[in-house]
Ligand binder design. Sequence first.
Ligand SMILES: Cc1ncc(COP(=O)(O)O)c(C=O)c1O
Length: 332
Amino acid sequence: MTQTITRNQVIEKIGNTPLIELSSFSTDSIKLFAKLEWHNPFGSVKDRAAFWMIKDAESKGRITKDKSIIIEPTSGNTGIALTGISSSLGYKVEIVIPEKVSAETKSILKKLGAIIHETSDDLCPRVGSGTDQSIALAKAISTPRPDIYYMPNQYENDANYMAHYDTTGPELWYQTNGKITHFLTGCGTGGTITGTGVYLKEKNPSIKVVAIQAQRNHLLQGLRNFEESSMPDLFKRRESVVDEWFTATNKDSFTMVKELANKENILVGPSSGSVMSAMLDTRNKIKKGIIVGIFADDGRKFKSLYKEQNVFTAEEYDKALHNAKYLSELLY
Ligand SMILES: Cc1ncc(COP(=O)(O)O)c(C=O)c1O
């Protein structure tokens, strides 16, 4: 697919993802909705940021087709998005990734044509702690060869924020007819929460923005714990948009992954389980509202993790996959 897709087809398929009601968790006065980001062409919320960062680099003349190599440290989804989008646009990609990232993620990256460098980092590359092997390695490879390498650096690049300010925020405002009262998302770089949160608050300052971080020493690919790893600059610039923090545990997140499969027939990635547990916490604290959570990716990259963590047996996983509604066939 990536070989034949044209630039316009990639652009058209990014964003405008479905918003579905989670009816079995809604009440008469509180409605819960999930934005299914795996409907982006390369399977996650990160397509938005990756495409905006590439467009930004092109507009600034930082990259040249058939010559530049884009290199980025990532815990998976940004790598998949950058590789898929870049190779369809004529750029090569190298990804620096923690070895703990799921085998399925690495195999998708290889299939899409990325060269992979593995480090023994935590699941999410640490920022600014001196142990950020992935970020340090990406910089070490790219800095001496600025004529060839370009590192978008999602942890600092404002195009990551702008992607969500320009797309995710307006989509949610439109899809809820301006009725959204609470916006929740997991945080990695902070691009999703700041871009979407700032846009929504400009529309209605009383909308509450809830940020979800992972517990320490977590298994929630894409999320970060901000005590273990300091807050990326991109997030710090607009941290004030956050009204409330929620720390998701591995256990609660995996429990919600299973509940979402059983009650809603959707097969989500671990971080959507985290978002779901935060949405229920919000639901239990309010009397009335429209709560919207970002479901960043689906569960198809996590069969081995779910088996290892006893979330699903192989049979249960296959059943959940078979029954899963709203899967997208674009990446698989
Ligand atoms: C798998 C995954 N990737 C990325 C993100 C969001 O990341 P960022 O803060 O970098 O926009 C999330 C947030 O929920 C996520 O779950």
